[in-house]
Design a protein around this ligand. Sequence first.
Ligand code: HEC
Ligand code: HEC
Length: 497
Amino acid sequence: MRKTHLTVALAAGLLPWIAASAVTIGDGPIVETHLDQARIDSGAVTFDQLFDQGQLLFQAKFNLFDGQSRPGTTGGGAARVPGSAPAFIRTSAPDANSCSGCHNQPFSGGGGDIVANVFVLAQTLDPVTESVNAQFSNDRNTLGMQGTAGIEMLAREMTAELQAIREQALSAARGTGRSTRLALNTKTVNFGFVTAHADGTVDTREIKGINADLILRPFHQKGAVISLREFTNNAMNHHHGMQSTERFGVARTGTADFDQDGVADELTVGDITATTIYQAGLNTPGQVLPDDVGALRAVIRGERKFETVGCASCHVPSLKLNTTQFTEPNPYNPDGNLKPNQVAQVFSFDMTRQGQLPRFEAAAGGGINVRAYTDLKRHNLCDAQVRHYCNEQVVQGGIPTEMFLTRRLWDAGNSAPYGHRGDLTTLTEAIMAHGGEAATSRVAFEQLGAQGQAEIIEFLKSLQMLEPGTPALVVDKRGKPADKAAAAKRVGEAVKG
Ligand code: HEC
Ligand code: HEC
């Protein structure tokens, strides 16, 4: 069914200023060139070239020539009866023209309005469901990818450390002939305990806030996806019917046109690398200090109160990453996603030196302090009285429906609406909906009274995704670098050490 478009080669002699080039007129694909992973592996493609191609793919409004649509398959990648669903449908998708159709606030790669919500898992219900009833799917708000390179690298390092603790327990149990129970601590976060037995079996029942395999999945508000790449392969198929060869190509499905839309090999391995590097290369959220003396004082005080009322026990202000490098692909990628042993050499870039400004800053002594305000762990915020975050019914990835990852708050100031469904319009509502494991800290927040609460809100409002190109992570309202310690001193406060 592929429609050929009209290519007119202009004769160099007739139109000398266009020289020997060929111009395509009429409808055609939006993505005219695809990237060969072998060229990336050979080192021939620069970071900037990858970022630019990734930006093009992230913003492209895919059309029929690109391979938009998936008449033969579901958004989960299962075969279905051709003709069983319309080209676009808001519930089970294809539901958008481009990634940035949803991820665009306040900039490309960012989050989205509630109108850009996704009915997560409806895509697996083809033939299609036309209902947004919670029994069919989980209604989720769009997140921003700013800073996610650091998040993915933290998850990899934490996974390695947790799995090493499990190995340590196993070898101790074998060595002593007795069961060994070890605390699963990594980067100041505790994920419960693992117990290894002398016969080589492992008891995972005390593991908390992470899957039993101890692979930290930092993506989806549920904590269900391992890497930006895995998410990209999923999203390209789910939202756009754009199938990558690494997931749906001949080697895995036996056909180059698995979705039966008439276009073969829609996205190369290199295209998925580029789309991943674009997201990883986006800038890092920072802090915008208000001009007003009262508001500035509130920001400084609110930051301290955020810790004293216990918010920081889950929304950990900073986790220390040992590396400054982002490497692609991720070694923990599941099948159907490129893995390091499939490339001649992994692609890597320094998160403190390449990518959109502002970038992560190198920490004293090496690595990066990733100030995302999360422990990357799942928690249950529901109890008998407070149940707002327990609205979902469809189990995703085997994870109990009431468990969600501690939301990163480094973009809280300009990522409204709030909550995983995006159905809360203010930060205060989002905080007041904290029950269960966060009940004590919510009560402490309530007890602060109006002034103390407003200070915490003012602090959260200062944490923002910054305009690409902003020269520093802490800036004033005009985007000019600001000295926080000096600003605090001006209003008679000291910044926390
Ligand atoms: C219809 C709107 C929509 C479109 C189109 C869309 N996304 Fe998303 N995206 C979302 C929503 C909603 C979430 C949050 C999902 C969740 O928490 O379950 C999300 C989450 C993500 C995440 C994980 C972020 C995190 O921190 O957990 C990544 C990565 C991502 N999208 C990449 C993409 C890419 C790449 C594309 C294009 C191929 C794309 N998205 C297209 C709405 C969309
Ligand atoms: C037990 C861990 C825990 C504690 C303690 C905690 N939170 Fe949260 N917080 C979470 C989780 C998990 C979410 C995600 C909820 C959801 O959407 O499902 C969240 C979400 C939020 C959000 C919504 C952000 C958004 O963009 O949607 C805000 C704001 C917030 N927390 C602020 C606070 C403040 C302020 C405190 C202290 C009073 C606090 N939290 C204490 C775990 C915690």
